[in-house]
Design a protein around this ligand. Structure first.
Ligand SMILES: *C/C=C(C)/C=C/C=C(C)/C=C/C1=C(C)CCCC1(C)C
Length: 238
């Protein structure tokens, strides 16, 4: 059997490797800190750990897949997102629940995130020719989520849930607006004609590599960052 190791100039494989390690470390941290977390915040911190743990398992797999085939693990990328993004919606629900958030709000967030991800998957895989159209639909669902957390129900409930929850929700809203906006950039770089027919990276292999690196960086920022905001909130208010 051929021995596979990461070449020092293989940034795709390297970021998959670092991603695996970072997600694992974050999960261990969140899980072990559960013991020092007040009961009120325990579920929220547990969900932070589940998000990074699910990502760690997927990254371990995607790292091996990418190393062995040299290809982009698109399917498992989206399986990961379809599990972890709804869990991020659960975080918004949990921290605003004390202020009266209803399960209907949670479903609204989850539904929008599923629309965002399923349409993105279509654009990247089975209907690449219409990647711009799928990207626009996905973007609309993304803006709806951003709207809910900045100005809609999530923002309003957070205001009545107390200063610390309001502050934390504002930081999470920045993650959604800026951190999540990195993903459409990856999509535009990696999809043929992603930005209204313009191919930004000429060579398709290089374009796919750029997309994977951008997604890997975005995942580390968003999954671990989100979890740390929740963790910090659990320390400030008990
Ligand atoms: C942990 C994973 C996260 C937070 C993933 C978030 C993914 C997105 C916000 C993806 C958004 C997309 C668009 C807004 C348009 C193009 C297609 C996507 C799916 C890349």
């Amino acid at each position: 059997m051929e021995h596979l190791s990461i070449a020092s100039d293989n940034y795709v494989a390297f970021t998959f490797f670092i991603g695996t390690m970072a997600m694992m470390a974050a999960s261990v941290f969140f899980f072990f800190e559960l013991n020092n977390t007040s009961p009120k915040w325990r579920t929220s911190v547990l969900v932070s750990g589940l998000i990074t743990f699910i990502a760690a398992v997927h990254y371990y797999y995607m790292r091996g897949y990418n190393l062995e085939t040299g290809e982009s693990p698109t399917f498992f990328r989206y399986v990961d997102w379809i599990l972890t993004v709804p869990l991020m919606c659960v975080e918004f629900y949990l921290i605003t629940k004390k202020a009266g958030a209803k399960v209907a709000l949670l479903w609204k967030l989850i539904f929008a995130s599923l629309v965002m991800l399923v349409t993105g998957y279509f654009g990247e895989t089975i209907d690449k020719d219409n990647s711009v159209m799928w990207g626009v639909v996905s973007g609309a669902a993304y803006f709806y989520i951003a709207y809910l957390v900045w100005f809609g129900e999530v923002a309003n409930l957070a205001q009545t849930a107390g200063t610390q929850v309001a502050k934390a929700t504002r930081v999470l809203a920045w993650f959604v607006l800026v951190g999540w906006a990195i993903y459409p950039l990856g999509y535009i770089l990696g999809t043929p004609g992603g930005l209204f027919g313009v191919q930004l990276v000429e060579d398709q292999a290089a374009a796919t590599h750029a997309m994977d690196i951008v997604y890997n960086i975005a995942d580390a920022i968003n999954k671990i960052g989100f979890g740390l905001v929740i963790y910090a909130l659990s320390r400030k208010e008990d």
